[in-house]
Design a binder for this molecule. Structure first.
Ligand SMILES: [Zn+2]
Length: 421
C-alpha cells in the first residue's frame, strides 16, 4: 500500500482538474461537518482556535487525517457514526500537537496510526533524556518520507516537509478531490507559528508555502489546520505577510538589530488583525522565530537547554538543572536554544510525570526568564491547579489574563476555579 514518491509536488500537477465542491457546514454538537464530495469531509472541532481534520469514508472504511482535540473526542465519535459505515481503519497524524491528536487513543487499537518518525517520538511522550510516557498511543507505522495510499478510490499523497511547523510535518493531498490539507503548515487568517523546540523553522516554513504557490495548480482548495479554507489566490495574499516579515527580519539581522526593532515597525500593523492569543499566533512570537532561523542558518542549530536539563533532573534533581540554566544563560546567552517554549514544555513533561514540585520550579524559572510572557503564568496556574492550590492558581491565571486579555484558557480556568469556591 505504501510507496515512495520521488517528486510529489510534480505528481500533484499531473492529476486532471476536478474542482472541490464545498457546501454549507452542518454542526454535530461541537464538530461541524463540511461535505466536500461523495466520500470526503472536512470536520472542524470547536474549542480554542477551532481545528480542522479530514475524513475519507466509503467502501474501504474510514480514514482520518488528524483526530482533533481530546475535549472534542465524544463529538468526533458521534459525527463519525453519522458519516458512512465501517470503522476508522487509518489515522494519519500531520504533526505532534495535542489539538491534532486528541482522538488517537479513543479511536481504539483497531485503527492503524501513521506518523512521521519525529512526530511518533513526540507522541510517545519521550522528551530529550526523559523516556516515553506510559499509556500514550504510539504510532503503529513510522514514515520518514513522502508516501501515498489509495483509499476509497482516491490516491492520497502525504508530503513530508522537514523543519517547517515542526520536524515531522505531513500534508495530505486528496488528488481526485483537488484538496490539500496542510495541517499547521498553514494557519489561515492567523500569524504563522512554528515550534523551534520541535525542530520547526520559520524560514523553511516561508519557503515551503512559496513552493506550494509556485507548484500547485490554481484549482485546488487548501484546508488549513486552523482557520477558513483558502484558494491559492488567498494563499498568495497570506504569503505577502510571510515575505514582508522574513525580508524585514533579514535586513535587521544583517544590521545586528533586534526583534524589538522589527516589532516597532508600524508597517507590521496591517496584519495586526491576524494576531491570535499571545501564547501562539502572534507577531511578537513570529518575529523572534524568524531571527532564530537566521541565527541557526548562520551558526548552525543550537542544542536545546532541555537536553542537558533533562539529564540533570534525572541525575541530580531539579535544583541542579535550575542552577545550570541560570549560569548557562549568563555565560553563553546564545549557546543554547532557550526560547520560552523550551522550559514550558519541560515543565509540562514533569507535570505529566507527576513531578509536580519539579514542574513548578521549572515554570518559576521560565517566569524569571520571560516575565512578560502571558503563557508562563498560565502554565504555572495549571501546575498549582493540579496540586489543588486554588489561591495560587487564581493568582497566576489572573496575571496571565492581565498580560494577555485574549487568553481564553486562563479565563475559562478562572471561571472554573471561582465557581468551585
Ligand atoms: Zn494545531
Amino acid at each position: 500500500m505504501f510507496k515512495q514518491i520521488v517528486c510529489l509536488l510534480a505528481l500533484i500537477m499531473y492529476f486532471s482538474p476536478e474542482p472541490a465542491l464545498t457546501h454549507e457546514p452542518s454542526t454535530t454538537s461541537g464538530v461541524s461537518v463540511n461535505k466536500i464530495n461523495d466520500h470526503l469531509y472536512q470536520l472542524t472541532c470547536a474549542g480554542g482556535t477551532p481545528v480542522n481534520l479530514m475524513l475519507s469514508t466509503g467502501p474501504d472504511g474510514k480514514l482520518l487525517v488528524d483526530a482533533g482535540r481530546t475535549s472534542s473526542v465524544d463529538q468526533l465519535l458521534e459525527a463519525l457514526d453519522t458519516l458512512g459505515n465501517g470503522d476508522v481503519k487509518y489515522i494519519i497524524s500531520t504533526h505532534s500537537d495535542n489539538d491534532h491528536n486528541g482522538g488517537n487513543r479513543a479511536l481504539g487499537n483497531g485503527t492503524t496510526l501513521i506518523a512521521h518518525e519525529n512526530t511518533a517520538k513526540r507522541l510517545s511522550g519521550a522528551y530529550f533524556a526523559f523516556p516515553p510516557l506510559p499509556g500514550r498511543r504510539i504510532p503503529d507505522l513510522r514514515v520518514t518520507h513522502d508516501f501515498s495510499m489509495t483509499f476509497n478510490g482516491e490516491v492520497i499523497q502525504f508530503i513530508h516537509i522537514p523543519h517547517a511547523h515542526t520536524d515531522g510535518d505531513l500534508m495530505a493531498f486528496f488528488s481526485q478531490s483537488r484538496v490539500l490539507y496542510t495541517g499547521d503548515l498553514l494557519l489561515a487568517d492567523l500569524i504563522a507559528y512554528v515550534h523551534p523546540e520541535f525542530g520547526g523553522d520559520a524560514l523553511s516554513y516561508v519557503n515551503n508555502l512559496k513552493s506550494i504557490l509556485d507548484t500547485l495548480p490554481t484549482d485546488i482548495t487548501l484546508i488549513p489546520g486552523h482557520g477558513p479554507n483558502y484558494t491559492l489566490e488567498q494563499l498568495r495574499d497570506y504569503y505577502k505577510m510571510l515575505k514582508f516579515t522574513s525580508e524585514r527580519v533579514e535586513e535587521s539581522w544583517q544590521r545586528s538589530e533586534t526583534a524589538e526593532d522589527v516589532l516597532a515597525d508600524d508597517r507590521l500593523d496591517q496584519w495586526a488583525h491576524w494576531n491570535g492569543s499571545a501564547t501562539t499566533t502572534h507577531m511578537n512570537i513570529w518575529i523572534p522565530d524568524l531571527f532564530r532561523s537566521f541565527s541557526d542558518a548562520e551558526h548552525g542549530r543550537v542544542v536545546s537547554v532541555c537536553d542537558p536539563m533533562t539529564r540533570l533532573i534525572i541525575d541530580e534533581g531539579v535544583q541542579a538543572a535550575v542552577a545550570w540554566y541560570r549560569q548557562a544563560r549568563q555565560e553563553s546567552p546564545s549557546g543554547y536554544a532557550c526560547g520560552v517554549d523550551e522550559l514550558n514544555n519541560l515543565g509540562y513533561h514533569l507535570l505529566w510525570r507527576n513531578q509536580l514540585g519539579d514542574a513548578i520550579e521549572v515554570f518559576r524559572l521560565n517566569i524569571e526568564a520571560y516575565p512578560d510572557d502571558a503563557n508562563t503564568y498560565d502554565s504555572m496556574g495549571e501546575a498549582y491547579m493540579t496540586r489543588g492550590d486554588k489561591e495560587l492558581a487564581i493568582t497566576y491565571y489572573e496575571k496571565s489574563l492581565e498580560l494577555d486579555p485574549l487568553n481564553q484558557n486562563a479565563r475559562a480556568m478562572l471561571a472554573q476555579l471561582k465557581e468551585s469556591d
